[in-house]
Ligand binder design. Structure first.
Ligand SMILES: *Cc1c(COP(=O)(O)O)cnc(C)c1O
Length: 498
């Protein structure tokens, strides 16, 4: 299997090369030249395996330059060494009627990003060896909150790597912020950036395409790569849990093999739901992909207005900050496939997005998106109602992002009457967004969000996960703030580039 850029598929690279580079040199995203499919009987086989083996099998269909043993080793290091619940990194729980929750937040930072970022450093280190790269890799991350911490934990003290995280100064929760600014490790750096997530993402993307800066860094024996979901090594482990959840539902007798399901995903950068799209194209029988957004509903409009994407709109800071995004980077990969792998078309649309902040897809591609996806959005007030209702009725406490997904799923059922069993991706532990969750339950949050952790425990009788409880004693280590234009200088200073 080779990988191509969504904007120029004439040059093909190996999986290892794609993972090492992160972003393609032309600014496009590396993506598999075609989407592989499960052979007859493969799902049955996967049903008999544990999570790590499933991961190695599924990733192996894309990472064909890795041996099965290498992939098993990466999966065991990520999911089997005590950082996730043993044997069950991503449990599926029945919520009500036809709805099942896929809990993706049992990793060390309590958000779904751990599912990919605990394995990416191992995939990347193996890839560096394969391509013979000896320079230190500097991982640059723009984060809407959860990626940053998950990447820091994944890469901390990994030999041959450094990691630098930029987060929007006023765009993350107090828990998210302290999780990042208190990060331990010798090879880590964290800096706030004045602006929102899109500003941070654009600034970081600009570093990747800055040739002169890359040459300068190379003199200090450093090169840059990405741990954002633009990196294929982030996306491929995410396909695994949708396939694995389907197998789990078969194994527990909730569905029969071949039965169709829906998948609902709370969406920001379009990475997580794109992984579900890949699972579908690999022949997991997914009927509808339900794309759930908060008030930054650019994707809702895109799917409901026949492929008209318009990022020229008001930006909202919401209680689901990891979805406060107007430029959903991974949509580019979807555009590429629904336009029959037409790289020039994709490049053209992305150019329009850059110059006009909008574009419109046409013809069969527009029809394809409206057929395969249902899209909806929820404002903050309705999101809080969902949290409250779920806790009162089902005693299930969910975070703000998951609540957006549950609310949009409920709207979908109301709209369509569809009784197909549905997996709802739960992307964060509720304690990660403790102030908003308390508020949703009608409780006044303490002035200090960190103190609110105790209060949520008392009010709900639930327990904060250990990494969040530990924040009560955490000390801030990184207090830097910079402007978008200073990002190069900050990167130089923090990475020791001369
Ligand atoms: C990152 C994140 C999302 C959005 O995922 P995308 O892959 O960017 O669409 C949703 N919820 C939480 C809690 C997240 O951290």
């Amino acid at each position: 299997m080779k990988f191509v850029s969504t904007r120029d598929n004439s040059k093909k690279v190996s999986a290892a090369e794609a993972i090492v580079a992160g972003l393609a040199p032309d600014g496009g995203l590396f993506t598999p030249e075609y989407i592989p499919a499960f052979e007859e009987g493969k799902i049955k086989e996967l049903c008999r395996m544990g999570y790590e083996e499933r991961a190695a099998e599924i990733m192996g269909m894309y990472l064909t330059d890795f041996t099965k043993d290498e992939l098993l080793d990466c999966a065991a290091k990520a999911y089997g060494s005590g950082r996730f619940p043993k044997g069950e990194p991503a449990p599926v729980k029945k919520l009500k009627d036809n709805a099942y929750i896929l809990e993706l937040w049992h990793g060390p930072t309590c958000a779904f990003k751990d599912m990919a970022l605990q394995i990416l450093p191992h995939l990347l280190t193996a890839s560096l060896k394969k391509v013979g790269e000896k320079k230190t890799v500097c991982i640059l991350v723009a984060t809407s909150g959860d990626t940053g911490k998950a990447a820091l934990e994944g890469f901390r003290d990994v030999a041959g790597t450094k990691i630098l995280v930029f987060y929007p100064n006023n765009g993350v929760s107090a828990v998210q912020k302290l999780q990042m600014t208190s990060q331990k490790g010798e090879n880590v750096g964290v800096c706030a950036i004045n602006g929102n997530f899109d500003d941070a993402q654009t600034a970081v993307k600009n570093i990747f395409s800055d040739r002169a800066f890359a040459e300068k860094a190379a003199k200090s024996n450093i090169f840059f790569s990405s741990a954002n979901s633009i990196n294929w090594g982030r996306l491929v482990p995410q396909i695994v849990y949708y396939v694995s959840a389907y197998c789990d539902l078969i194994n527990s007798g909730e569905i029969t093999e071949g039965e169709e399901i829906n998948v609902t995903v709370p969406t920001g950068n379009f990475g997580n739901i794109l992984a579900a799209y890949f699972a579908k194209k690999m022949r997991i029988p997914i009927k509808t992909l339900i794309c759930a957004s908060n008030s930054n509903n650019v994707l809702t409009d895109f799917f409901n207005k026949d492929g008209y994407y318009n990022a020229d709109r008001k930006f909202f800071t919401t209680i689901s900050p990891s979805m406060d995004i107007l430029i959903s980077s991974n949509l580019e990969r979807l555009l590429y496939y629904i336009n029959d792998c037409d790289d020039r078309k994709t490049a053209g649309l992305m150019q329009k997005l850059k110059t006009d902040r909008s574009y419109k897809i046409e013809g069969d591609a527009a029809k394809a998106v409206s057929k395969e996806f249902f899209a909806g959005c929820l404002n903050d007030a309705d999101t809080k109602k969902v949290i409250n209702n779920l806790f009162c009725e089902s005693k299930y406490l969910c975070d703000t992002h998951t609540a957006v997904a549950v609310g949009v799923y409920e709207d979908y059922v109301k709209n369509t009457g569809d009784a197909t069993k549905t997996i709802i991706a739960s992307t964060a532990n509720p304690y990660k967004f403790v102030a908003s969750v308390l508020d949703a339950l009608g409780e006044k949050a303490a002035d200090n969000e960190i103190e609110a952790i105790d209060k949520l425990e008392q009010v709900t009788g639930t327990k904060a996960p250990a990494p969040i409880a530990a924040l009560k004693e955490a000390k801030e280590r990184f207090d830097g703030v910079c402007n978008r234009e200073d990002i190069l200088a900050v990167t130089e200073r923090m990475m020791g580039i001369k």
